[in-house]
Design a protein around this ligand. Structure first.
Ligand code: GDP
Ligand code: MG
Length: 437
């Protein structure tokens, strides 16, 4: 991956106390190669490394105290710059605000339409309307209805009507009547750019004058993504880019190239097939991710989002009174699980990315633990000290685990209780604080 390649390219600098001009040039050559390998356009990669080199020389990298760190920072800042400044939102000022999706078939338009509707509904208290304008495939209309049902958002469609402009107009009128303050128009795409598709989307664009036209692109398509972005931008002059499928092999190449070719902000990223797999795009975080520094900020944010303050207070009281039991333990496990898959979470920890390649983290790792706890009586759960040898045997049998596994869990529990006792007065919040610092 790009991260690994950059890692080894920068390794030279990180390890050395001394840098020579040759050293800088060689390292930047490696950086350039890594970027090109990750589908960054060659010209862009070259410009990039030239800029970094100039800055490096300007800042006297050669005589700096920690040249490696300075170089990493320069590369990171420059990458961030290349992908855009601060995160940009979408225009929700209209009533309704009309958002038009564009992009090739399979890029993720329909999925993202649903994600965006869900995001606006749950995070921005909007009342969105999804509009099915992929008039050629009945299955596509159905797909949007399924998505709408999943997230509890109304879907406007007119099966049999072959005119997407008419459908869009009718949908906007419907929204005005029904108090939908956002209208998200999902359109048809083809497998490759063709005149008919371009004319159709351009016609819709002209007719409804959307507040926001978004170009949706599959980040795995690499160099092709750049050409597609260019073609759509020439016709639509779109407002922002949506990078989908950034959950797989996290290649930042497309992000870097698209941004530098069309000069439009990347607004959101899609990181999975589920409706909540949507994130605001932050250039600096993306740069971190590309550089393999791990997206710690995202991790902390997600953890905080899922952390229930009220629960935290209750838990604190219990710990203080020595009443922390297995029910609470189970609760904590469930909190952790809510944050996402273990692999996702671990992937955001700096340095962990490499480790994970060889280790397969089993999301079911908790299953045994849960089974054991479920086999305990309520009394045992609140007072684990009751669990003697014969009870251990019974619990093992009931949960389909061994006495050893039960013992191991009891040991872990004791350690955790001790740790929590030590952190008393702060509880989970203190742990979060520690993560932030
Ligand atoms: P459309 O033809 O542009 O409407 O594309 P769809 O929304 O139908 O998506 C095409 C396929 O990509 C579907 O199987 C989606 O589940 C999948 N997909 C969309 N976005 C993502 C994403 O962010 N991550 C992953 N892994 N799959 C995605
Ligand atoms: Mg679709």
């Amino acid at each position: 991956s790009l991260s690994d390649k950059l890692d080894s390219a920068l390794h030279v600098l990180k390890g050395h106390g001394q840098i020579t001009e040759v050293n800088v040039a060689e390292t930047l050559k490696e950086v350039r190669r890594a970027l090109v390998d990750a589908d960054v356009n060659y010209k862009i990669a070259k410009e990039f490394t030239n800029t970094v080199k100039e800055k490096a020389l300007g800042q006297n990298v050669l005589t700096a105290l920690k040249p490696g760190q300075l170089m990493v920072k320069l590369v990171k800042d420059e990458l961030t710059q290349l992908m855009g400044g601060d995160a940009e939102g979408i225009d929700l000022s209209g009533n309704p605000s009309v958002i038009l999706m564009s992009g090739l078939q399979g890029s993720g338009k329909t999925t993202f339409s649903g994600k965006l509707a869900n995001y606006l509904k749950t995070k921005k208290s909007k009342n969105p309307l999804l509009v099915a304008c992929d008039v050629y495939r009945p299955a596509a209309i159905n797909q949007l209805h399924v998505v709408g049902e999943q997230i509890g958002v109304e879907v406007f469609s007119d099966e049999g009507n072959q005119d997407p402009v008419a459908i869009s107009k009718a949908a906007i009128a419907h929204a005005k009547q029904n108090g939908n303050n956002v209208v998200i128009i999902d359109t048809a795409g083809r497998l490759a750019i063709d005149e008919a598709m371009m004319t159709e989307i351009a016609n819709i664009h002209r007719a409804i004058e959307p507040n926001e036209t978004l170009f949706v692109v599959d980040s795995m398509t690499g160099q092709d993504a750049v050409n597609t972005a260019k073609a759509f931008n020439e016709r639509l002059n779109f407002d922002g880019v949506i990078l989908t499928k950034l959950d797989g092999d996290t290649r930042g190449g497309a992000a870097i190239s698209i941004k530098s070719v069309v000069d439009k902000p990347i607004k959101f990223i899609g990181t999975g097939e589920k409706m909540d797999a949507i994130d605001v795009f932050y250039p600096s975080r993306m740069a971190d991710r590309i550089l393999g520094m791990g997206d710690v900020v995202s991790l902390v944010e997600r953890a905080q989002e899922q952390y229930d303050e009220e629960e935290a207070r209750k838990l604190q009281k219990k710990i203080a009174k020595n009443e922390f039991g297995f029910d609470d333990f189970l609760n904590q496990l469930q909190q952790i699980k809510k944050m996402g898959s273990m692999k996702d979470l671990m992937g955001m920890i700096p340095g962990a990315g490499k480790m994970l390649k060889d280790v397969d983290i089993d999301d079911d790792a908790f299953k045994h633990i849960e089974a054991i706890i479920h086999s305990m009586t309520p009394e045992e759960r609140s007072k684990p000290s009751l669990i003697n040898a014969s009870r251990k045997k019974r619990i093992g049998k009931g949960s389909g685990t061994s006495v050893q596994q039960v013992n191991q869990l009891l040991k872990q529990f004791n350690q955790m209780s001790k740790m929590m006792k030590m952190m008393q007065g702060g509880g989970g919040r203190k742990m979060m604080q520690m993560m932030k610092n």
